[in-house]
Design a protein around this ligand. Structure first.
Ligand code: PLP
Length: 398
């Protein structure tokens, strides 16, 4: 079938790349060891630190997000070290796999894929660990497979109260620049991110933001590493360069994306995501469908995973919507395959894009004979209600 107009990319990453970012990348490649690049490199590294309110070094890899996950472990730990990983969903399972393949001893705290990391569970495990066997606590801030956001501040509080010295490693790949994240305040030791979600770029950049403590740990770490080694990258970054070829045109895009975030203001970016997420949740409730995330306080502002009724295959709904309306929605990952579909509402996104997205979903559900109410109407009502002011954080559904 021939489709006209724009494709709707409503998966929870990669997200829609704004025209300004696309135009910034549409240019000849420059010499990455020349003076023009040095200026660009320095500007980006400073811009990243400013926008994420951190004084820590920002490491930029030419990799997908998973490469940056591996790098965070390989730079700070040693073979056989014990790490605590919370089971939140598909992406926490990948963390476990990376840890085990590297040769770490992983304690995987079980979860039901509907809730976030439990601070009470962390407290019990870390309190029992008086000899400080755990070298790192790994948590996915926003679990993209389930649409659940974990409370990093609570985990930090537990670690502080117990005085536990483990490193705190946070996967903020689908939350950074969309959901409030406080690197310095939460004393995160390594934050892991990628380019293709809230940063509104194509895939291809992975990021580590490291603390002084993590840098210290990297000097003692005994994992073999070469390409992903922080030290050589930080050394070259001082002059605005990279030891290996950076994704030159993506760097121009990143500079433009940082400018977009700066112009809108991070607080407004977070409020916009909260509001569009709340409108999405209004639609799901009015459709009469179930939001996978059980605790309203943990519902993600970047995506919503929707459980389809018993006997319905979520992939049939997704395929129908793709074929009829040229819109891509997120698949159910891992054990959620066929049980859920996910709507991405993050990045370069606005009210009319959301309205069209919800219309596509509603029409798709009707075409698949799923009995539903008028979700679109409920979402539009929410968006036009006087009290849902754009600058205010939307109230959580209770
Ligand atoms: C997207 C994502 C990843 C994986 O990133 P890739 O770029 O596909 O390697 C890891 N964790 C989370 C939370 C994600 O959303």
């Amino acid at each position: 079938m021939i489709h006209t107009g724009r494709h709707f990319l409503q998966i929870p990453g990669p997200t829609n790349v704004p025209d300004r970012v696309l135009r910034a990348m549409d240019r000849p490649v420059i010499d990455h060891r020349g003076p023009e690049f040095a200026i660009l490199g320095k500007e980006i590294l400073a811009g990243m630190a400013a926008i994420f309110a951190t004084s820590s070094p920002v490491i930029i890899y030419t990799s997908s997000g998973t490469g940056a996950c591996e790098a965070s472990l390989a730079n700070t730990l040693s073979p056989g070290d014990r790490v605590l990983i919370f089971e939140t969903g598909h992406f926490s399972a990948i963390w476990r796999q990376i840890g085990e393949r590297l040769g770490l001893a992983v304690t995987y705290i079980p979860g039901d894929w509907r809730r976030g990391a439990s601070a009470a569970e962390a407290e019990a495990r870390l309190r029992a660990d008086s000899s400080h066997v755990f070298k790192a606590v790994v948590v996915v801030h926003n679990e993209t497979s389930t649409g659940v956001t974990s409370k990093i501040a609570e985990l930090r509080r537990v670690m502080n109260q117990l005085g536990h010295p483990a490193l705190l490693i946070v996967d903020a790949i689908s939350s950074l620049a969309s959901i409030d994240y406080r690197h310095d305040e939460w004393r995160v030791d390594v934050m892991v991110c990628g380019s293709q979600k809230g940063l509104m770029l194509p895939p291809g950049i992975g990021l580590n933001v490291v603390s002084a403590k993590a840098l210290e740990a990297s000097k003692r770490s005994r994992f073999p590493r070469s390409y992903f080694d922080w030290a050589s990258i930080i050394a070259a970054n001082a002059q605005g360069f990279f030891p290996y070829t950076p994704p030159t045109l993506m760097m121009f895009g990143l500079r433009e994306a940082l400018a977009l975030l700066r112009e809108e203001g991070l607080e407004n970016v977070f409020a916009r995501h909260a509001r569009l997420a709340e409108a999405t949740r209004c639609a799901v409730v009015a459709w009469g469908l179930e939001i996978l995330a059980t605790d309203p306080r943990e519902r993600s502002n970047t995506l919503t995973a929707i459980v389809v009724p018993e006997g319905v295959d979520a992939d049939v709904i997704r395929t129908t919507i793709l074929e009829r309306f040229d819109m891509s929605l997120g698949v159910g990952l891992g054990k959620l395959k066929g049980r859920v579909f996910r709507i991405g509402h993050l990045g370069s996104f606005n009210e009319l894009m959301l309205a069209a997205t919800l219309c596509g979903v509603q029409m798709g559900l009707r075409l698949c004979d799923v009995p539903i109410g008028d979700g679109v109407g409920a979402a539009l009502e929410f968006l036009t209600a006087p009290k849902s002011g754009a600058a205010q954080r939307a109230p959580a559904l209770v």
